[in-house]
Design a binder for this molecule. Structure first.
Ligand SMILES: C[S@@+](CC[C@H](N)C(=O)[O-])C[C@H]1O[C@@H](n2cnc3c(N)ncnc32)[C@H](O)[C@@H]1O
Length: 316
């Protein structure tokens, strides 16, 4: 049991990220345990976080047009679906004329359970609790001949990848697709820095709790002794990289033991762990990224209140 935990993917990722000699990091996928997923959902309701509402408005207003752009033999898969709340409009637009099969792919069991419960009346919902690419491979294996795949990657989660990694990732998705399959890609666009800072550092402290929960998760699952009160949530805008960075800053010198990762690590005063990056995009960058990864931009819809785009890409 103990040896298995030491060798778990989570333990290895924590060890790798916290033993880096320059910036310490933790992968953002581990923000989403049951507590983190609930906190993320709360973030989407914050007045300062306009991103999810913009995404939802675009999908709600254009789901019919989106479906009309595509053949009528669709299978729908969603990467990092969360609860799939925004996807309801797409499934509803499909529902009257097709037998809908929807594969939400996510590492969060709690989000997938809620997704199935809330969207199950609209068709066959087949949750895949796994990572993005493994989920895509499973969907590609299950697809029946003659079906066209519509893959959703909403919420600008693509912004969590560095630019080159984002292209590699989209290319890996492209390899799971056939010509004519489609990818609906949500991208949060460049906007004033103060608007971004408020979105990721709300005064009620919900985003801070979401970030700090990562240390609480390490305490719970890897028998660590992080004192959460000795870390604070910090947001930085990195203009060179065109991205928001989420960090946890150590308030003092401290030593932390993470038993199930076989690790003792120290933190200097003000040293940070970077826990997430959220790149922001310009239209031409989205087009380039899509083209290099083997897609053609078929349509782009923009929100008028919050600079956000939904991009319909078709596999060339
Ligand atoms: C920023 S949230 C977006 C949720 C939803 N798509 C939306 O737009 O509101 C990212 C989602 O991706 C999931 N996730 C993060 N990393 C993942 C990975 N490597 N593989 C699969 N799912 C992942 C998280 O659990 C979470 O539900």
């Amino acid at each position: 049991m103990y040896a298995a935990a030491l060798d778990s993917e989570f333990a290895r990722a924590v060890r790798a990220g916290l033993t880096r000699t320059e910036q310490k990091t933790l992968p953002c996928r581990y923000l989403y345990d049951d507590v983190g997923s609930a906190l993320f959902e709360a973030i989407t309701f914050l007045p300062e976080y306009g991103l999810t509402r913009a995404d939802a408005r675009i999908i709600q207003a254009n789901a019919g047009e989106l479906i009309e752009c595509l053949p009528d033999n669709l299978l729908v898969a969603e990467l990092g679906s969360g609860t799939g709340a925004k996807t309801r409009a797409i499934l509803e637009a499909l529902h009257p004329c097709q037998d809908v099969v929807y594969y939400p792919i996510d590492v969060s069991a709690a989000s997938l359970a809620k997704c199935k419960q809330e969207l199950g009346s609209l068709g066959a919902v087949v949750p895949l609790e796994t990572s993005y690419l493994e989920g895509m491979r499973q969907v590609a294996e299950r697809r029946a001949p003659g079906k066209t795949l519509l893959v959703l990657f909403l919420g600008s989660t693509i912004g969590n990848f560095d630019p080159e990694a984002a292209i590699d990732f989209l290319y890996a998705i492209r390899l799971c697709l056939q010509e004519g399959d489609a990818l609906l890609l949500g991208t949060d666009m460049v906007k004033p820095v103060d608007q971004l800072m408020a979105a990721y550092d709300d005064p009620a402290g919900v985003t801070a709790a979401f970030n700090l929960n990562l240390l609480a998760r390490i305490n719970r699952e890897l028998a660590a002794d992080f004192d959460l009160r000795q870390f604070e949530h910090v947001i930085r805008y990195n203009g060179d990289e065109q991205r928001i960075e989420m960090h946890l800053r150590s308030r003092q010198y401290q030593i932390v033991s993470i038993r199930r990762a076989d690790l003792i690590v120290d933190f200097a005063p003000n040293e940070t762990i970077r826990t997430e990056v959220c790149h922001k995009f310009r239209s031409e960058q989205v087009c380039r990224m899509a083209r290099v990864a083997g897609f053609q931009m078929e349509a782009q819809w923009l929100d008028e209140e919050w600079a956000f785009a939904e991009n319909l890409l078709v596999a060339r």
